[in-house]
Design a protein around this ligand. Structure first.
Ligand SMILES: NC(=O)c1ccc[n+]([C@@H]2O[C@H](COP(=O)([O-])OP(=O)(O)OC[C@H]3O[C@@H](n4cnc5c(N)ncnc54)[C@H](OP(=O)(O)O)[C@@H]3O)[C@@H](O)[C@H]2O)c1
Length: 301
């Protein structure tokens, strides 16, 4: 089978298609025929070698950390109620990737695709929507809060806006001017990014979710009243203001809750135009340029 990935660390020039054996299912994994796989900034960080501490890579390594597809084989510890032929989604097993004709999912993360949720949106849940869900829960927002989301139009931001709004909070989303309509449609007040954005926010905020890092985070912290801050882009930057790293759960239970919300119309999984597997490099490039609009998904026929 073919994967899109890399066999040495580096820039976009090291990525390409590789012919590899079909992965062997282990006790804690489920092998799927991939229908859709989400693209995330983490894929670029892993390819670059920046994640060598703590992120196992086996060359040639398929890119991608999340997928939806049809179950082909089940490990002994697969959850009850999942069978060969079911459509499921979840996070990739450690040391494996998603951009391949077949992929291994972590059995502890797998959810059966509910009615009303398509495979492209399901494939986008584990990394971006899942992170938004964990972060918003940790920020513990409510109706008396104003929540500031930096990078509000990207993969995590578009879902964080909606989840924070569901707590009753007022949400301000900082994103480029092109994303104003999107950010407003999802329920946030849009503030255009770029020079002077922090003055345009117009006051202090009670909680801050940062998806950008660096100077943008530092400027955001000047608006924060208290210590309710999480940065997924720059956790160290947030720790100076009392923030801690978002604890990712990546469980069947959490992904199942998000899938139920999405299937029921209570959470919009925001997709950019899908990209066919044959053009996976274009999908990665779209995310790598740093100005993604919602989620990019690679599709397989
Ligand atoms: N720890 C975890 O588990 C975890 C999980 C997911 C993501 N992350 C990390 O979190 C970060 C964001 O992830 P993502 O999936 O949301 O990325 P993404 O889809 O690439 O979105 C990032 C967004 O930030 C916006 N942005 C860029 N520069 C900006 C600026 N100066 N001011 C305001 N917005 C700006 C971009 O577009 P515009 O500039 O056009 O608005 C884009 O919409 C990445 O570093 C990623 O690796 C960590």
């Amino acid at each position: 089978m073919y994967i899109f990935g890399f066999e040495t660390y580096g820039g976009p020039d090291v990525q390409g298609f590789h012919r590899v054996p079909v992965p062997t299912v282990g006790p804690e994994t489920i092998r799927i025929r991939v229908v859709a796989a989400g693209v995330n900034p983490a894929d670029v960080k892993v390819r670059s070698g920046a994640r060598q501490q703590g992120f196992p890579v086996v060359f040639p390594m398929a890119m991608g950390r999340e997928a939806c597809g049809e179950v082909l084989a089940l490990g002994a510890d697969a959850p009850a109620g999942i069978a060969v032929g079911d459509r499921v989604f979840g996070a990739c097993a450690a040391g494996t990737g998603a951009f391949g004709e077949q992929a291994l999912l972590s059995a502890a993360s797998v959810v059966r695709l509910p009615d009303g949720l398509d495979p492209l949106r399901a494939a986008s849940i584990p990394v971006a929507a899942g992170t938004a869900y964990d972060a918003v829960e940790e920020l513990d927002c409510g109706k008396d809060d104003t929540v500031l989301v930096l990078g509000a139009g990207g993969g995590v931001g578009v879902h964080a806006i909606q989840l924070a709004r569901q707590t009753g909070a007022r949400v301000i989303g900082v994103a480029s001017a092109e994303k104003r309509v999107l950010v407003e449609r999802l329920g946030a007040v849009h503030v255009a990014s770029g020079n002077g954005w922090e003055e345009r926010v117009g006051g202090q905020v009670d909680a801050l979710l940062d998806c950008v890092g660096g100077d943008v985070l530092a400027q955001g912290l000047t608006l924060l009243r208290g210590t309710r801050v999480r940065s997924i882009a720059d956790p160290e930057g947030a720790s100076a203001a009392g923030g801690v790293r978002v604890t990712r759960r990546r469980t069947t239970e959490v992904f199942g809750r998000i899938a139920t919300m999405a299937a029921g119309g209570d959470l919009e999984i925001v997709l950019d135009d899908p990209v066919p597997f044959e053009e996976a490099g274009r999908a990665v490039a779209r995310v790598e340029q740093g100005h993604a609009r919602g989620k990019t998904v690679v599709t397989f026929t």
